[in-house]
Design a protein around this ligand. Structure first.
Ligand SMILES: C[S@@+](CC[C@H](N)C(=O)[O-])C[C@H]1O[C@@H](n2cnc3c(N)ncnc32)[C@H](O)[C@@H]1O
Length: 203
């Protein structure tokens, strides 16, 4: 797959959706040592990368949506931040772009929208290119409250394939299922601010 397109990519994602992830982003930052090197996979419009720039040595954001990456690059052009960069790429193919290992790879709200095989292979790739992986995503099962319900509605509205992949992610027990399947070790875990997500640091 060479490009990914959602109706909400670009400006709408950046202004209306990404800010909802700030609580998750703060927890992710708190899990990583200052001055480290980071790759943020499925960075969207790069909100996490911009927020992390001041604390870390280098932060690279990659995404398969050209609209999201173009938006991130146009924001970067307006602000000269030399230690961050963005690349339009498929998470499955990033190994060839980055020969040196990162201290951390981060991946937030990405794996639930991937098909089962891709989810597994992307995490295998992240294991090869970084010392530790920080995964932020929906808690499975979602709480039976207003927030849990509205998350399910949002996943439904994201499109047929996206919703089917989300259902498959739930069926396979979310992050815990992946950790078990890939034989990863959980080093640290935090529940997200609304109790509907969790952030898991693994190696
Ligand atoms: C819901 S957004 C999350 C963006 C950001 N990480 C955040 O937490 O706000 C999911 C992003 O993953 C990207 N994505 C999905 N599959 C991908 C793949 N195979 N390679 C790279 N990016 C991918 C999508 O294009 C989208 O921008």
């Amino acid at each position: 797959m060479q490009n990914k397109f959602h109706w909400y990519d670009g400006l709408f994602y950046d202004k209306a959706i990404a800010p909802n992830q700030d609580g998750t982003f703060a927890i992710m930052r708190a899990m990583m040592k200052a001055n480290s090197t980071i790759i943020d996979v499925g960075t969207g419009t790069g909100r996490f990368v911009f927020q992390a720039a001041a604390k870390y040595k280098t932060v690279v954001g990659i995404d398969l949506s050209s609209r999201n990456i173009n938006f991130a690059n146009s924001e970067l052009k307006k602000n000269n931040i030399p230690n961050i960069s963005f690349l339009h790429a498929n998470a499955l193919e990033i190994k060839s772009h980055f020969p040196d290992k990162f201290d951390y790879s981060t991946i937030s709200y990405v794996i639930h929208e991937m098909p089962f095989e891709m989810r597994i292979n992307v995490l295998k790739t992240l294991k090869e290119i970084s010392n530790e992986i920080i995964i932020g995503d929906y808690f499975v099962p979602q709480p039976k409250n207003k927030r849990g319900f509205s998350n399910r509605i949002a996943e439904f509205l994201a499109g047929f394939d996206h919703f089917n992949n989300y259902l498959n992610f739930v069926k396979h027990n979310g992050i815990y299922g992946l950790v078990e399947q890939l034989g990863l070790q959980i080093i640290q875990e935090k529940i997200g601010v609304h109790g509907t997500s969790h952030i898991v640091r693994v190696k």
